[in-house]
Ligand binder design. Sequence first.
Ligand code: TPP
Ligand code: MG
Length: 328
Amino acid sequence: MVLDLEQLLDLYRDMWLVRAFEFGLEREFKKGTVPGMLHIGVGQEATQAALAAHLEPTDCFFPDHRCHGLNALAQEKHAGSGQRIMAELFGRATGVCGGKGGSLHSADPAVGNFGDNAVEGSFMATVLGVALAWKMRRQARVACCVIGDGTVGRGEFHESLNLAATWQLPVLYACVNNGYAISTAVGASHASANIVDLARGYGLPCVQVDGNEIELAYAAVAQAVGHIRAGRGPYFLEFKTWRWQGIFSGEFRPPEEVKYWKEEHDPLKLARQKILATGRAAEAAVDQIEADTKAQIERWIQFALASPMPGAEKATANVYVGWEVASR
Ligand SMILES: Cc1ncc(C[n+]2csc(CCOP(=O)(O)OP(=O)(O)O)c2C)c(N)n1
Ligand SMILES: [Mg+2]
């Protein structure tokens, strides 16, 4: 075992926080209390917890559209204010972007969250600039971007890997291969269903890992982050995982596939089994972790619901850096 029991329990708590966050959010969304649209990250909790465990607030990450959990974990770990990610998704003034960012534009550079945007892959160019600045300043930091398998088809993916490898930039590519982009299977749109096969050509270390096995995911991120901080250039990680929800409601995948991922290879069930197999954790204590995180998320939802909407006077604030159109 790579992790001791305490570490495993901490990660289990983080994973439950992500799952409870997403299910709580989805429930509220269906009630109509959450504006916009959502892409839920249930099923990918181990990947998100493994990344959150290694990224410092002085590093950065560009989250993708399924990273509410990573955003919340970073916010909670580094600022003690995970509820502000929830409030952001509810469009409230107490959110990390004052309620104007929502699901796809939640950002807080103070905790390393440099934000997503709606154009898949576009931050793969931006991450190069951040990484180049850090390399020039000799800062041992990690610039991470989280991308889906679908994003691999974008030109920015190839431009980014090429330049990061050529200039040996401190970039961690965290590719979450959940098997589908919208409803297109990865092998139907890419030359290989294993993204590492495509990335390897750029000459950077490329490792594929089971993204639902928390110990393996954790160890892979530790290795990648160590490599980057040591000044040895970029690193590519492919997490093999599966998302419970797609872009639209309704199931398009075969029942046996759904059964495998939800019942036999669920990251939370796997972690729970591993914890209990140590023989040093009582089942009731493990159940309590689940109950505690669910209660914590309900408090975050209540915080969001009780928070005010941003005032109309904020509509033009923060549109341009250093120039607010206060008079309008
Ligand atoms: C450039 C661009 N093209 C298309 C879309 C619409 N879109 C949103 S999510 C998505 C699928 C992305 O698939 P993947 O990267 O595998 O992420 P997943 O949803 O599977 O986590 C697409 C095509 C977009 N946001 N940006
Ligand atoms: Mg995908």
